[in-house]
Design a protein around this ligand. Structure first.
Ligand SMILES: Cc1ncc(COP(=O)(O)O)c(C=O)c1O
Length: 451
């Protein structure tokens, strides 16, 4: 699909890189016109490691993990932060989450396998997925996975059977679709009624299914879960979801005489993709959700549950950037200016998929104002292949290194080998040092499985 028509009236913002606000990783700075992150010169790093390249500010990642953990513990001691690893998972980030005392949310067997390869305690892993295969379930249950979030009655039967065969009782949560319409893109909105995920509240279906869950052998209903969507700016959506969930807990206790001990409110806190975005802070999110749960529980006479949240994007997105080299410049008068980079939809599908918006800057001209409106086209054989559409950029020249901010979530995780493109390396930077934590793929990696 082609790109949407360019807005030719759009004016460049003349901002320099350091004026891009909350999209910048915490340690971003400009020295002699070059962008530095973690004390490392992004221009030199691009030359050393090649581009496209994913770069993460390690100090930023750590600070966000600690802010989440500490703000929830301070306001609600019986709580845990469960990192939604679908946003960005490799072995090093899993180790980091473990060291920082977080739990891990995995979607299916692949992410679970990664957690086990680095020795993440299985008891602190929460397994999600709307269609986990019997094999994935068996592997997770035999490894002692902490919680399995069940998505349907069929899955309940499957888990009950496998746990029975393995001679264990598996702790599970029911995923509920609370019917809260979060204000976000429809592809990443999951808590509304038309969703493939979870037990619907329509016709009181979820409430009625609790009877089946309580009657099923070899499983224990440890808690309820909901996730209303992603990139949410309006905190009141979380408050509404908490109210629906605590109400359901109260009804379950009254009708079935069964106390729900844990409540998982999912992830979804929005982040800054543009310099003008003003998302809520992690502290505000913690304040809103913990207060909502405490107030609803007090009102309905429900004992306070263990509270869990599952942030993905808000832990990693702004800590990560992608570096590219400019290879082609093409101006179509009265249409748009294309700046082609050496990556694209294979390392960042979000622009083509959800019309995601990102702020770019030229790392070797970082102190200059962004005086042009450009589209950063990818190198793939697809007209809609772009990383950035109609955004301000410093005057581009061939060979410039472009840094696209806010790409730390759902970019590496969704990367593909389209056109046989090897996936980029992932580098962590800190205190002037860069370390490759995932090496760049080779052509042999891409085609090595072919017979
Ligand atoms: C069940 C569940 N939990 C947590 C998340 C993480 O959401 P976010 O990255 O918006 O914080 C997702 C994202 O899709 C999810 O499906």
């Amino acid at each position: 699909m082609a790109l949407p028509a360019s807005d030719l009236t759009k004016q460049p913002d003349n901002r320099t890189t350091m004026e891009l606000g909350a999209v910048l990783p915490r340690t971003a700075e400009v020295n002699d016109g070059h962008l530095f992150i973690g004390g490392v010169d992004m221009v030199e790093l691009a030359r050393e490691q090649g581009t496209a390249l994913y770069v993460y500010d390690e100090e930023d990642l750590l600070a966000r993990m600690r802010t989440y953990r500490d703000s929830f513990h301070a306001l609600y001691p019986n709580s845990d932060v469960v990192y939604a690893s679908k946003a960005f998972l490799n072995k090093e980030v899993a180790r980091m989450a473990q060291r920082e005392g977080l739990c891990l949310d995995v979607s299916g067997g692949g992410e679970f396998a990664c957690s086990q390869m680095v020795g993440f305690p299985a008891s602190r892993v929460f397994m999600h997925g709307n269609n986990k295969t019997p094999r994935e379930l068996r592997e997770a249950i035999s490894a002692g996975v902490g919680r399995i979030i069940i998505d349907s009655r069929i899955e309940l039967g499957r888990i009950s059977e496998i746990a029975g065969e393995l001679g264990v009782v598996q702790d599970i949560y029911m995923r509920i679709t609370p019917g809260v319409e979060a204000d976000t893109h429809e592809y990443i909105r999951t808590g509304c009624e038309d969703s493939k995920f979870g037990f619907t509240m329509n016709d009181d279906f979820a409430f009625r299914c609790v009877a089946d869950v309580l009657a099923a052998p070899n499983v224990r209903l440890a808690g309820l879960h909901c996730h209303i969507g992603s990139q949410i700016f309006a905190l009141h959506s979380f408050k509404e979801a908490a109210a629906v969930m605590v109400n359901l807990m109260a009804r379950i206790e009254a009708a079935y005489g069964y106390r729900i001990e844990e409540l998982d409110l999912g992830g979804g806190l929005g982040i800054a993709y543009t310099a003008d975005d003003k998302p809520s802070t992690i502290e505000q999110f913690a304040e809103m959700t913990t207060t909502a749960v405490k107030e609803c529980c007090a009102e309905l006479g429900v004992s306070l549950p263990r509270l869990l949240v599952e942030p993905g994007r808000s832990l990693v997105a702004n800590a990560g950037v992608t570096l590219y080299t400019i290879g082609i410049l093409k101006t179509l008068p009265g249409i748009r200016k294309y700046v082609a980079v050496d990556g694209g939809m294979s390392d960042n599908i979000r622009t083509a998929l959800y019309h995601a918006v990102y702020e770019p800057a030229i790392a070797n001209k970082a102190d200059q104002p962004r005086t042009e409106i450009v589209t950063l086209a990818g190198k793939h054989c697809e007209s809609g292949d772009a990383v950035v559409v109609d955004m301000p950029l410093q005057h581009p020249d061939l060979g410039d290194i472009v840094c696209v901010f806010g790409t730390g979530a759902y970019c590496y995780a969704m990367a593909s080998n389209y056109n046989g493109q090897p996936r980029p390396a992932v580098v962590f930077v800190r205190d002037g040092q860069a370390r490759v934590v995932t090496r760049r793929e080779t052509y042999a990696d891409v085609f090595g499985r072919d017979i």
